[in-house]
Design a protein around this ligand. Structure first.
Ligand code: GLA
Length: 434
């Protein structure tokens, strides 16, 4: 199976035509931000504690077509959500912290589900860091059908897309590192989600064929090539594909209290361990706890906190081993670590739910699958798997059949067209402007 190019020329043309209609400009003037979704094979739920994570992007994501509006007007429509977003780029934006973004009682009548908050959040971040934004945009945003709130970091892909569009319209030159920080401001301050920097780092730094490795404490990153991607090894090259298997349960992360409460538990565990090891002056993050101090003092943690800490320390070790496996082209070992990480998310981080755990168990047994785990926050959404490219179709039909047996209702809800339950994707590049 060959890699599918995303976005296709026809997808781009639909967006250019729509923005041309909205703005009365020529479609040749329309710029398009391509902002891919990400997966995190190893390093789940340790970014907010300053851990080391691995990530890559996939060939699906957000497209944002826009033209600068020539004044401060912002006008945006969406292919997925109703209504339109209108405001002025020079209005001061204030945090939405505490607001439930997907609660419809919270939305203005013309803007379904508050979807425009990501555009406002991008302006908040740019303003907060002293950028003078005067120029608005007229834009049309489009996500991959059915993939929002699935654990593929659609929210960071949207946030990054708006940042890149406002920066382009205002002729700002901003580095990926600065944009990682701006997207952090959107999520942590504007929306009030206490997440780490995994999602936006993956979206802004990834490069096709590489595994992106981010140290979330030092903010240093590396791109790790696999011998399979350097073109020298074509004969023995193992083509892998990325499977996305959907549970049928969706929830935007910001409206799930589970995420922030797990972050609070990790911090509590860190506080106890730091106190026990005489380091109470340090910020209560598990990355500030020496692994030896953890081993010595972990008996002081109650059961829940002990499980969260165990996930953190064991996941860091899996990431380090996984980076080595990737660099040496050992995808079988890489896959085993992914499945072990998935198990730790179930047993130690306790972030799944019954259908998602069933899906994980089906994926690890599917033909040709090297390894699988929940995607993203993993409370709802989808599971990902790395699979042998030649067996991806067999794996997909096995997963559809087995999941439909266990969860017929949810399987039906995903789509009448059962093809949508499992998608076969390829790795991709970082976000860019066309
Ligand atoms: C979500 C968060 C990330 C990260 C993952 C879990 O995607 O936004 O910061 O914590 O969950 O690894």
């Amino acid at each position: 199976m060959g890699a599918m190019r995303w976005p296709s020329e026809s997808e781009l043309n639909v967006i250019r035509t729509k923005v041309a209609e909205m703005s009365g400009r020529d479609s040749k003037e329309v710029r398009v931000v391509v902002s891919p979704y990400r997966i995190c094979p190893l390093g789940a739920h340790i970014d907010h504690q300053g851990g080391i994570v691995s990530a890559m992007t996939i060939n699906k994501g957000i497209l944002l077509g826009f033209v600068p509006s020539d004044d401060s007007q912002v006008l945006i429509q969406s292919a997925q959500f109703k209504g339109e977003v209108r405001f002025c780029a020079d209005e001061e934006q204030l945090p939405k912290t505490g607001a439930k973004l997907n609660d419809s009682s919270n939305c203005s009548s013309h803007e379904e589900c508050g979807w425009g908050n990501y555009a406002r959040g991008a302006l908040y971040a740019l303003q907060k860091r002293g950028n003078n934004i005067k120029q608005g945009i007229i834009g049309y945003i489009c996500g991959a059908e059915g993939l929002d709130s699935s654990g593929l970091s659609s929210s960071a892909a949207v946030g990054v897309a708006y940042l890149l569009a406002f920066e382009s319209a205002n002729k700002l030159i901003v580095s990926p590192t600065e944009n990682i920080e701006y997207d952090r401001l959107i999520e942590n301050e504007y929306l009030g989600l206490k997440n780490g920097i995994l999602d936006q780092s993956a979206i802004l730094l990834s490069s096709y064929g590489c595994l992106t490795c981010m140290n979330c404490k030092t903010k240093e990153h590396k791109l790790i090539h696999s011998p399979e991607s350097n073109g020298q090894n074509n004969e023995t090259k193992k083509q892998f594909k990325i499977l996305l298997a959907f549970s049928g349960l969706k929830q935007a992360l910001i409206s799930n209290p589970g995420y922030n409460s797990r972050v609070a538990e990790c911090r509590e565990a860190a506080k106890i361990l730091l106190q026990a090891s005489g380091n109470e002056g340090l910020e209560p993050l598990l990355s500030n706890v020496d692994p030896e101090a953890y081993e010595e003092h972990k008996v002081r943690l109650d059961l829940n906190l002990a499980r969260r800490a165990e996930h953190y320390f064991s996941e860091n070790r899996r990431v380090v081993k996984g980076l080595e496996a990737w660099a040496s082209g050992n995808i079988e070992e890489f896959g085993k670590l992914i499945s072990a990480s998935g198990l730790s998310s179930i047993q130690n981080y306790e972030s799944g739910c019954e259908p998602l755990i069933q899906l994980y168990e089906i994926l690890v047994k599917a033909p040709g699958v090297y390894g699988a785990r929940f995607s993203g926050a993993g409370f709802r959404g989808c599971c990902i798997a790395f699979v042998d490219g030649d067996r991806a179709l067999d794996a997909a039909s096995f997963i559809r059949k087995e999941y439909t047996k266990l969860q017929p209702e949810l399987a039906r809800q995903i789509d009448d067209d059962e093809e949508r339950m499992v998608l076969i994707c390829d790795a991709a590049d970082c976000a860019c402007l066309i």
